[in-house]
Ligand binder design. Structure first.
Ligand SMILES: *Cc1c(COP(=O)(O)O)cnc(C)c1O
Length: 339
């Protein structure tokens, strides 16, 4: 089976298992796990922030950020197709008491400065006040598009001018950096916090990082504890996380595989594929007279997995555990499935 449902389906290889088995550990709630401390240090260095915090999931990273930046009852500006809004169980409301105000970030899922200014609410006797702007890069629902840092800068500057802090959901931050050929730290420059996943394209079995200023991370550490994310001898999972950071350099390979997959599928009768910018390939199957579910069932019967991303849209995601040969095989199998 060639599993292209997500870049989260990778399993840890030898180096990661070895790192798990041999990690130096201690109680991280006491700050005494040397492997976690090293992971937090290196993660901060890679994104150019003062500090970073290890969290079990990307969702927890985003939710901890929202709670740490805001006060209950405030508003958060979120993009209408963003992960924090669509796929995190309304966590901003449930966990932070926030009212979300959605902005339509258009084709690339990034709000303009004008939209940020229009969406802003000034606190007064009747109005809750805006406490956060949340952005996303790469934008998952828009097909893994890599957002130009200038666009992030513009939205973030508009928020900052209004005294509103900015969080970046960078679950696939390094995919964005690779595609744009800029250091991740450049993308992160204008924001107050960033989350990125070790467990997606980088192949770790678990874990994400939340990064920001020393003061922010100190407060986020308390929020993480509140949300039940204070872990003990977490070095056994942070060790593989450190290995995962070394996989940043090979993400271009996943992007190349996505490009090959997209080109080959676009040439198949009935399929229409937008050129991917990173490792996510969105395929419109309407021309084949199928809906997404029927198409995926046919693919699965031939040994290829993808995920439904809309009525007639399917997502294929390339990752560490598929090579060029797998991509070629996958294309053949999809052809057979449609024949
Ligand atoms: C996967 C994802 C998350 C959440 O990460 P989990 O580790 O699955 O909780 C957040 N944002 C984006 C854009 C994602 O793709």
């Amino acid at each position: 089976m060639i599993d292209l449902r997500s870049d989260t389906v990778t399993t840890p290889g030898e180096a990661m298992r070895e790192a798990a088995a041999t990690a130096d550990v201690g109680d991280d709630v006491y700050g005494e796990d040397p492997t976690v401390n090293e992971l937090e240090r290196r993660a901060a260095e890679m994104v150019g922030t003062e500090a970073a915090l290890y969290v079990p999931t990307g969702t927890m990273g985003n939710q901890v950020a929202a709670r740490t930046h805001t006060d209950r009852g405030q508003e958060a500006l979120v993009e209408r197709e963003s992960h924090v809004y669509k796929w995190e169980l309304g966590g901003f409301a449930q966990l932070s008491g926030l009212q979300v105000r959605t902005l339509d970030g258009g084709e690339r899922g990034v709000p303009t400065p004008e939209q940020v200014r229009e969406g802003y609410v000034e606190e007064d006797l009747h109005r809750p006040g805006t406490g956060l702007l949340s952005l996303e890069n790469t934008h998952n629902s828009k097909g893994g598009v890599a957002i130009d840092p200038a666009k992030i800068d513009a939205a973030a500057d508009a928020a900052h001018d209004l005294g509103v802090p900015v969080h970046l959901d960078g679950a696939r931050l390094f995919n964005a950096a690779t595609a744009l050929d800029v250091p991740a730290s450049r993308i992160v420059e204008p924001v107050d916090s960033v989350m990125f996943c070790l467990s997606k394209g980088l192949g770790a079995p678990v874990g994400s990082m939340l990064a920001g200023s020393e003061d922010f991370i100190e407060r986020a550490r308390r929020t993480r504890k509140l949300f039940g994310g204070g872990m003990r001898q977490a070095g056994v999972i942070a060790g593989p996380g450190l290995e995962a950071l070394d996989n940043v350099d090979r993400l271009a390979e996943d992007h190349e595989h996505a490009r090959l997959l997209a080109e080959a599928l676009d040439a198949v009768d009935g399929l229409s594929v937008q050129p991917p910018e990173t490792n996510i390939v969105l395929v419109d199957v309407a021309g084949a007279g199928l809906d997404a579910e029927a198409f995926l069932d046919a693919c699965e019967a031939e040994g290829v997995l993808g995920s439904a991303f809309g009525e007639t849209t399917v997502r294929f995601c390339t990752h560490l555990d598929v090579d060029r040969g797998d991509i070629e095989t996958a294309v053949e199998r999809v052809r057979t499935a449609l024949a």
